[in-house]
Design a protein around this ligand. Sequence first.
Ligand code: ATP
Length: 237
Amino acid sequence: MNPLLTIDGLTAGYGALAVLHGIAFSIDPGQTTVLLGANGAGKTTTLRAICGMTWRRGRIVFDGRDLAASRTEKIAGAGIAHVPQGRGTFSDFSVEENLALGAYLRNDKASIQEDIQRWYELFPRLAERRSQAAGSLSGGEQQMLAIARALMSRPRLLLLDEPSLGLAPLVTKELFACLSRLREELALTMLIVEQNANLALEFADQCHVLERGRLVTSGRAADMRANDEVRRAYLGY
Ligand code: ATP
């Protein structure tokens, strides 16, 4: 099986600052990969580099195409959707308007409506609040909306930046249950940045640990959870 995404020798940053220093990993179709690491290690920057939101050198091969020189819109069009930290929904727009905006690269009106109904089934709380302004939703509902909106572009790879940030434990649990369903129903490939290492390792197949812009440990999530040394050194628990 060919990987869906291969990153090789990726160096990326902002202005004169290089944040990532030659990182490499790949993700197979249908797999969930989690990026862990301390604050400032470069996790968010990795997702942003994949989406073309930083300068970058190296290879970012998605489904056989090198996107390292491509612009954000082309990368989205190729099938990569990004749910940034802080969610980035349009707070004055309704839930339904936000979902419709997620389909901005599509012009198949009938199937856009079908998709909206589909995400309402997966996230019933959004269905109940379809006319409500996104800004008035709870944190958990906003995160669900951000994910549903990203799905409106029918991505093959979903990048999620700290989906549990600021959410109560029960809401986080509900959110990850939805992500599990998505993974089963769509065979969706995901790359997740998550502060909650325990939760992330339970959910993911593969794990990479970043330290000051370099990958220091990689492996199967189950193995990482079982390895006391790795846990103490990199995961802080
Ligand atoms: P956190 O968990 O705190 O979000 P992170 O691992 O996601 O950490 P990044 O957000 O990728 O880390 O940040 C890595 C480094 O890049 C930090 O030193 C940060 O200050 C710097 N950085 C991030 N965004 C910018 C920016 N827009 N301009 C300049 N430097 C930035």
